[in-house]
Design a protein around this ligand. Structure first.
Ligand SMILES: NC(=O)C1=CN([C@@H]2O[C@H](COP(=O)(O)OP(=O)(O)OC[C@H]3O[C@@H](n4cnc5c(N)ncnc54)[C@H](OP(=O)(O)O)[C@@H]3O)[C@@H](O)[C@H]2O)C=CC1
Ligand SMILES: O=C([O-])CC(=O)C(=O)O
Length: 252
């Protein structure tokens, strides 16, 4: 059974810890000790408010469901300790220097940085972009204003530009755009909209390349405890973990 250490005990952390099948959550860590303690009780793990103590526990993989800052702060230490890391806040890897450094550390340690599909689908075959770069790669995300902690009277575009700039402004809302770019091998164009009529977090992906073109629309149910985060993101991590040791690998 895979033993995991959970970094981040918020909304996604709760879903992972309470739905883990074939996975044992050994230890949990959060910047807010009370959150770690509460989650530890639910999944019979040990809770930590101190990262070094957390890392002394016996697990083989760290699942990050915390923040872009958490990846920057702890990513290297996780890999150097000889564990893989699943990074949900993949926006941290938008910074070229940090990403290349972390990949270098993973290579030296013989470990992997795993970016789950999170709140979108289609990352598998978007990787063809690494061989045949797409001419256009656009993510149009629409969320209810409350997801971004704001109000709006009408559908409003709040950002238009490149993913690596968008994630700096919205680190809790647009990690998917960075994941798209990492898969396709080029920074994605992003339009971020808020819409008071939207009840779901909607991600529309437009791609054009030598292969033809793609349009994907994902209409995600927001998580009950954090409307900015789509429920699919937690399911995506659970699925990644469930398949880690499966000899049959489906998808590019
Ligand atoms: N790639 C994708 O498709 C998606 C990525 N995400 C990202 O996944 C992450 C988790 O989402 P979610 O569970 O909804 O978020 P929550 O805010 O509900 O939970 C995150 C928890 O981690 C804690 N935390 C934040 N930074 C640190 C740190 N440096 N060290 C320890 N604990 C920390 C938070 O504390 P505090 O509240 O004090 O910050 C909070 O308790 C977010 O970064 C989110 O943006 C979410 C959805 C989709
Ligand atoms: O959950 C979502 O819809 C997307 C999200 O928050 C992110 O990518 O950070």
């Amino acid at each position: 059974m895979i033993k995991i250490g959970l970094l981040g005990c918020g909304n996604v952390g709760h879903i992972i810890a309470t739905h883990a099948e074939g996975i044992r959550v050994v230890a949990v860590f959060d910047i807010i000790p009370g959150r770690a303690e509460e989650l530890a009780l639910l999944c019979h793990a040990r809770s930590y408010a101190d990262f070094d103590a957390f890392m002394r526990e016996d697990f083989s993989i760290v699942v990050e469901a915390a923040s872009v800052d958490a990846v920057r702060t702890y990513g290297e230490a996780v890999l150097r300790s000889g564990r893989d890391i699943v990074v949900l806040s993949g926006g941290a890897l938008a910074d070229d220097a940090f990403r290349e450094h972390l990949i270098g550390v993973a290579r030296e340690a013989g470990k992997k940085i795993r970016i789950p599909s999170g709140a979108i689908t289609g990352l598998d075959n978007l990787k063809i972009g690494q061989i045949s770069p797409p001419k256009h790669l656009l993510l149009r995300t629409t969320k209810p204003p409350a997801s971004l902690g704001m109000t709006a009277e009408a559908r409003t575009e709040i950002f238009k530009g490149l993913a690596h700039d968008c994630i700096k402004q919205y680190p809790k809302n647009i990690n998917v755009a960075v994941a798209l770019g990492l898969a396709a091998g080029r920074d994605a164009d992003v339009e971020l909209w808020v819409d008071p009529a939207a009840e779901r977090n909607i991600h529309e992906i437009f791609v054009e390349g030598d292969f033809g073109d793609i349009y994907i629309r994902v209409r995600n149910v927001p998580s009950p405890d954090n409307p900015a985060t789509s429920y699919m993101a937690a399911l995506s991590i659970l699925t990644l973990l469930k398949n880690l040791e499966n000899p049959l690998v489906v998808g590019t």
